[in-house]
Design a protein around this ligand. Structure first.
Ligand code: DPP
Ligand code: ZN
Length: 872
């Protein structure tokens, strides 16, 4: 396949200042008429051909300035026009015919549950019409939609509604005009019969905006939380970033077949309904938090993505990393900042670190790709957000905000690069950010090794940085790493120092820039305990010489909640890895009593938020443990080691956990707010521990039976299914849940997911059986992800069965999915990305499965790219 390279970027010869689209909708014969105003860029030779992108298109007709034009070459993938007028501007009319019902790739125009909808990012518009389908082509869109009124009373597109009316044959039309020039990937259309939850928002400038969230009839009530989150997002962006909304309407449509979480089309966001629909009976607290975050994320794109967009797809992190940072800050302000940060870091380590440490590693701004769809990754999104966070740490909040203001002022209406973004911060701060810029250009997780020593009032830190080699980057340059820190005295208070030498220390941050340095702090009253990388100021791994008693001390006393969590998490991880070695060596596992005591005291500490306590006493997942072991992994031994520690902590705290579990029982009315969710989270983590005791099935059964919301219901059913698989109680709970939720797809997704993640080799048979369940659908991405995705990415011992049977089964299933939806198959295939860190026998089996995919005739570019890079 073709490889696209960053350095090959070149502006196009032609521009498209205006785009007028007409859609005559039909499930199998939709007509699209694109009326394009084409402008030749100054200095371009009039003989230069106009080359438009297409994908699977069926061309019907071409006119140039109203006259049929035959001097063209058309394939489904490309339209080349020659003999163009000498004039700088001309009108090009292109008619294509589409079959929305046949579109199972869910890119371009398709129908989901009878609703026409579109997905154009990154390269879906070319499946609708021939176009300069690249993000630096900004055009003003006017869209006319025609459809039978009965089938599609609702006709939506971007911008503001400008006209509507009746047509012959019970058809009708609507016209939409979007005054803001935009790239084609932000185009959207929706047509169908949907219900609507309406509201309005008055902007800081006093303009009233009509808000609508469109869902299946009868589900309007389930959009209330999303609407509330939308209004809070709009207000927050005004208050924190000074950004005001810029159209008369803002619409969101929920659809049930969607490849991504949601899409930020201008004025018409389209959402996976999983991130819109919620009430206490159908959504968990995690669902509520995700809805809030994703509604905010897509809304925030209006400025970071839409008003200022990307010059090319290599710059994807320009909008995504920045917008994730913005939605993280929003959630932190809406909820608990400390708890939110811990959850972010857990997600970063679970999703991005393995990517950075395996064959799919790439810089936050990649330099090459075969298929851009494969770069909507945790590195671009989550690490991209961390890079923006480091920028804010280095510059300070005020200078960061001044830089953002300058960014909006200088680049509004433009398609930009990472260099443009960094330049505004250099301009407002007067700093040179070229070393910092490596965070965008160099892949791999940096490692810091830190050796502390203390003598006569002087603390010395020997700091060394290294960046491990990654694919196609064997030699790395040194990074600028902002390491937030604190020195803690024996009474738990912060220690001061009189001077620091040997490096830059500024506002509680050490600026690591060299390969090695010796940093001396003078005038430190006693030997301090070090709290390092506070708030996870830099996305690095740390190797610090630190005594277990120091970690225990930090877990109790660090004033930074993230630091406290990190200290306890390090202790747990070390204990788990030691236990894993025992299991491998055929020895009994042993744990320090201090770990169980600490878990007990954190769980019971009323000075700490319940949500924090829940996170703190949640053990690292099997995948976390495997990542930290790093190589030669035996997932079965990881499972045994983890179960042993759960049992140890549960056994030591049996009575206090039980009392606390009882005490946290909430009897008041349901609230999805962070405080109530935190109490449920803590109670449900405690349930997991209590399930280990003799009466464990009784407690979990009672939990399930008395649940009054989805969070508790799932906790009860999940605990039964995972801790007592195959038991009559587990089977009864699963059957009961299925009966009550059979007609609720989003709830059934959870039912599939819980069964697919039951640890152990038996899971494969379960997944095979569930694929034949009447509610399973291979065309619905949510359902495929809930079964196949959670099995492959969330069931270490099940997916990595020693005999390799799950790999073969999975590879075959992917090849089937690949024929319909390559984006989905490619995403699922990333479950193989850490195959080289497994023990040799599993490695070989995984390799064989990857090879079998690469050899498959007709494999998509998407899946082929992931499989080949994984093997390289
Ligand atoms: N819909 C995806 C997102 O918002 C891609 N833009 O991140
Ligand atoms: Zn985004």
């Amino acid at each position: 396949g073709q490889v696209f390279r960053l350095e090959d970027y070149r502006p196009s010869d032609y521009l498209i200042p205006r785009t007028h689209l007409t859609f005559r909708l039909d499930p199998i014969r939709t007509i699209v008429i694109a009326d394009l105003t084409i402008e030749r860029r100054a200095g371009v030779d009039p003989s230069a051909p106009l080359i438009l992108d297409g994908d699977d298109l069926n061309l019907k007709r071409i006119e140039l300035d109203g006259i049929e034009h035959t001097a063209h070459e058309a394939t489904p993938e490309r339209l080349v026009l020659k003999d163009l007028p000498e004039t700088a501007q001309f009108q090009l009319t292109i008619e294509t015919e589409l079959e929305p019902d046949r579109n199972k790739a869910l890119m371009g125009l398709y129908r989901s549950n009878g609703v026409y909808c579109t997905q154009c990012e990154p390269e879906g518009f070319r499946r609708i019409s021939y176009f300069l389908d690249r993000p630096d082509i900004l055009s003003v869109y006017h869209v006319r939609i025609e459809a039978p009124r009965a089938e599609a009373p609702l006709l939506l597109s971007n911008g503001n509604p400008v006209d509507s009316g009746e047509l012959d044959n019970s058809r009708h039309f609507a016209e939409w005009h979007d005054p803001h020039p935009k790239p084609s990937y932000l185009f959207a259309l929706v047509a169908g019969d949907l219900g609507c939850l309406r509201d309005s928002f008055t902007t800081m400038g006093g303009r009233k905006v009509d808000l609508g969230i469109y869902v299946e009839h009868g589900k309007e009530r389930l959009a209330a939380y999303a609407m509330d989150a939308l209004k809070r997002s709009m207000r927050w962006d005004e208050e924190v970033f000074g950004r005001e909304y810029d159209l008369d309407v803002f619409n969101i449509v929920a659809v049930s077949d969607f490849n991504m979480g949601a899409m930020e089309n201008k004025g018409l966001n389209i959402f996976n309904d999983k991130y819109v629909l919620a009430d206490e009976a159908t959504a968990t607290d995690t669902d509520f938090a995700n809805i809030e975050a994703i509604i905010a994320h897509e809304y925030f794109h209006n400025w970071t993505g839409n008003r200022i967009t990307c010059r090319d797809w290599f710059q994807l992190c320009l909008k995504e990393g920045l917008t994730v940072f913005r939605d993280h800050e929003f959630s932190a302000d809406q909820r608990s900042r400390g708890v939110k940060r811990i959850a972010e870091v857990r997600a970063l380590k679970a999703l991005q670190f393995p990517e950075d440490q395996g064959p799919l590693a790439h810089p936050v701004r990649p330099r090459r790709y075969r298929e851009i769809n494969n770069f909507y990754t945790a590195t671009v999104y989550e690490k991209g957000s961390e890079v923006v966070r480091m920028l804010a740490t280095i510059l300070g909040r005020e200078t960061f905000r001044a830089g953002m203001d300058l960014y909006f002022e200088r680049h509004d209406g433009e398609a930009c690069t990472i260099e443009d973004f960094l330049k505004v911060f250099e301009d407002v701060s007067g700093r040179d950010l070229s070393q910092f810029g490596l965070w965008y250009n160099q892949s791999g997780t940096p490692n810091l090794t830190i050796k502390p020593s203390y003598e006569a009032g002087t603390l010395t830190l020997e700091i060394e940085q290294s960046v491990p080699p990654t694919p196609s980057e064997s030699r790395k340059r040194l990074m600028h790493i902002p390491l937030a820190f604190g020195l803690i005295g024996s009474d738990g208070r912060e220690l001061q120092w009189s001077s620091a030498e040997g490096g830059t220390v500024d506002g509680g941050v050490i600026h690591v820039r060299k390969r090695s340095q010796k940093l001396r702090f003078h005038g430190v009253a006693e030997r301090p305990v070090l709290s390092l990388n506070r708030g996870f100021s830099a996305p690095v791994t740390l190797a610090v010489e630190q005594r277990p008693e120091d970690l225990i001390f930090l877990a109790r006393h660090d004033s930074d909640p993230f630091g406290r969590w990190q200290a306890f998490n390090t202790l747990l991880t070390e204990a788990l890895i030691a236990a894993y070695r025992c299991v491998l060596g055929g020895k009994a596992t042993v744990f320090e009593d201090s770990i169980a005591r600490l878990a007990g005291s954190i769980a019971a500490d009323d000075d700490l938020e319940p949500a924090y306590r829940a996170l703190a006493i949640t053990l690292p997942s099997e995948a976390d443990i495997a990542r930290d072991i790093g190589k030669d992994i035996d997932p079965d031994a990881v499972l045994v080691a983890r179960k042993a520690l759960v049992g140890f902590i549960a056994g030591a705290n049996r009575d206090s956990f039980h009392a606390l579990y009882q005490h946290l029982h909430d009897t008041g009315p349901f609230s999805p707010d962070a405080a109530a969710a935190g109490r449920r989270a803590l109670r449900n983590v405690l349930l997991g521990y209590l399930a280990r005791s003799n009466d464990g099935t009784d407690i979990a059964t009672s939990h399930f039976t008395h649940a009054t919301n989805m969070t508790d219901l799932i906790a009860g059913m999940g605990t039964l299914a995972h801790e007592h698989p195959g038991s009559p109680q587990a089977r009864a709970a699963l059957a009961d849940f299925e009966r009550r939720h059979a007609d609720m797809p989003l709830a059934m997704d959870k039912w599939f997911q819980i069964q697919a993640t039951v640890p152990g080799e038996h899971a494969l048979e379960t997944v095979r059986t569930l694929m034949r369940h009447p509610s399973f659908s291979i065309d619905n991405p949510n359902r495929v992800r809930s079964l196949m995705g959670s099995f492959s990415a969330g069931n270490q011992s099940g997916f990595h069965r020693a005999d390799g049977a799950a790999y073969l089964f999975f590879a075959e299933a992917l090849m089937d999915i690949d024929k319909r939806n390559p984006q989905l198959s490619a995403r699922l295939a990333t479950a193989f990305r850490s195959w080289r860190s497994l023990e040799p026998i599993r490695q070989e089996k995984a390799r064989q499965a990857l090879v079998s995919m690469v050899k498959m005739p007709g494999i998509s570019v998407d899946l082929g790219d992931i499989a080949e890079r994984s093997l390289a």
